[in-house]
Design a protein around this ligand. Structure first.
Ligand SMILES: Cc1cc2nc3c(=O)[nH]c(=O)nc-3n(C[C@H](O)[C@H](O)[C@H](O)COP(=O)(O)OP(=O)(O)OC[C@H]3O[C@@H](n4cnc5c(N)ncnc54)[C@H](O)[C@@H]3O)c2cc1C
Length: 388
């Protein structure tokens, strides 16, 4: 049987950043990933999956030693953010109002993943097993005995489940979730505009669901269109030319010409693990929580999990069962409430903006106008969203 101190199942953005931070603490880390290594080529089509990355996440990626590589590939800083309901006034946030150079970045997921993988492959304390999968494991307070699909067996003092929303490890460890389906899907559409680089991201709330514009590097941008499942299915069946016409009819604030490049649809679900650990299995990122992507917080919360776990394990001997349990308890204590708060806030926002109750439109407009003129409070919200 082979041994390792920390086995991480899932080498996505959260699992890979956890591997780097934990390996930097001197821990021996083994990453199990079902898919092939991610790859970035500037001539390949843009990734449909993009993330709004906060300044706090940028700091974490710098700590993991990958920010320079990410910036050298392809990123888009954004400096302004606008939110409005259909036909209403915009609530605008501007980095200059809080003396910051920018609010965050929009980055293709494959750019972040590629930089993280390059760093993992070069790290002396990280061993990569991919493509590979865990077939089963026996989870005990002392550690986890893991059987891979290849037949190899491993003993790990800690098994980190970073294997996404459908986490095999979470299910196999018997950790339940509370979940609901928003009955909406999100269509992501990459476009090439006839504009030079843009630095504003905006959202418009319509009763059928929000619509968002996220600038990408150069003349490119990503559109997010939330709608009922049947409507997204209909939009998915359109040719790029037909989809462009549908976008022009519905996205009132796209006042420039563009070409549709790629599109794809993703279901919206909210899920939260009832516990973030059990014996020697600990959940990180989407394995622990998924959130409405509306405010682009999902992976930013995952990176906060990574940071919190790394702090807990810094002076912790994983061989001491009591110390390990205390560290995992503290990690859960630190992260579960914060993630729940963000999930709930997004839901209140999402529901209040889709409500068609009489008077709601006016109330929302008053709320947005008050927020727009709230000065210090608005700046505080902006700093919180940036992770400052
Ligand atoms: C439409 C949409 C838009 C979004 N926009 C944003 C945004 O702007 N900003 C933001 O912060 N977040 C955003 N998110 C959320 C963000 O994409 C997720 O929070 C993030 O990808 C979670 O990362 P993760 O590493 O935890 O999980 P994942 O990205 O799901 O990675 C899991 C990894 O585990 C691997 N894996 C899975 N099962 C196994 C197995 N059994 N064995 C081995 N390996 C396995 C997978 O191959 C994958 O590499 C968005 C989500 C959606 C759906």
């Amino acid at each position: 049987m082979k041994t390792t101190q920390v086995m991480i199942n899932g080498g996505g953005m959260v699992g890979a950043s956890a591997a780097l931070l934990l390996a930097d603490l001197g821990l021996q880390v083994t990453v199990v990933e079902a898919a092939d290594a991610p790859h970035f080529d500037p001539n390949d089509p843009l990734d449909l999956r993009v993330s709004a990355i906060s300044v706090a996440s940028q700091t974490l990626l710098a700590k993991a030693g990958v920010w320079e590589a990410i910036a050298a590939m392809r990123i888009c800083p954004y400096r302004r953010l606008a939110t409005r309901q259909q036909g209403g006034q915009a609530l605008t946030f501007n980095a200059a109002d809080i003396d910051q150079p920018l609010l965050g970045y929009i980055i293709e997921n494959k750019v972040i993943q590629t930089a993280l993988w390059q760093a993992m492959l070069a790290h002396p304390h990280i061993e990569m097993l991919n493509p590979a999968q865990i077939a089963s494991f026996d989870n005990q307070p002392e550690g986890v005995e893991v059987k891979l699909s290849s037949g190899d067996t491993w003993f790990a003092q800690l098994l980190v489940a970073a294997d996404g929303a459908k986490s095999f490890c979470r299910q196999h460890a018997g950790i339940g979730t509370t979940a609901w389906d928003y009955r909406q899907h999100c269509m992501l559409i990459n476009i090439k505009t006839d504009q030079a680089q843009q630095d504003i991201t905006w959202q418009e709330f319509v009763t059928t669901g929000p619509r968002a514009f996220l600038p990408l590097a150069g003349p490119y941008a990503s559109l997010a269109w939330y709608h009922q499942v049947a409507d997204i299915r209909r939009l998915s069946s359109l040719s790029n030319t037909e989809l462009k016409q549908a976008i022009k009819a519905e996205f009132a604030h796209l006042d420039f010409d563009f070409e549709v490049l790629q599109a794809g649809a993703f279901p919206l679900t909210r899920q939260h693990a009832q516990s973030y650990y059990k014996h020697s299995v600990v959940l990180l990122g989407d394995a622990a929580h998924t959130i409405n992507p509306l405010a682009g917080q999902g992976v930013n919360l995952g990176f906060k999990d990574v940071q919190a776990l790394a702090v807990q394990l810094e002076f912790n001997a994983l061989t001491q069962v009591d110390q390990k349990q205390q560290a995992l308890r503290d990690y859960q204590q630190q992260r579960r409430g914060d993630n729940l708060l963000m999930q709930s806030a997004m839901d209140v926002f999402y529901k209040s903006f889709s409500s068609q109750l009489p008077g709601m439109q006016g109330l929302r407009e008053i709320g947005l106008t008050l927020a727009q003129n709230s000065g210090a409070l608005k700046n505080k919200v902006m700093k919180y969203a940036m992770g400052l």
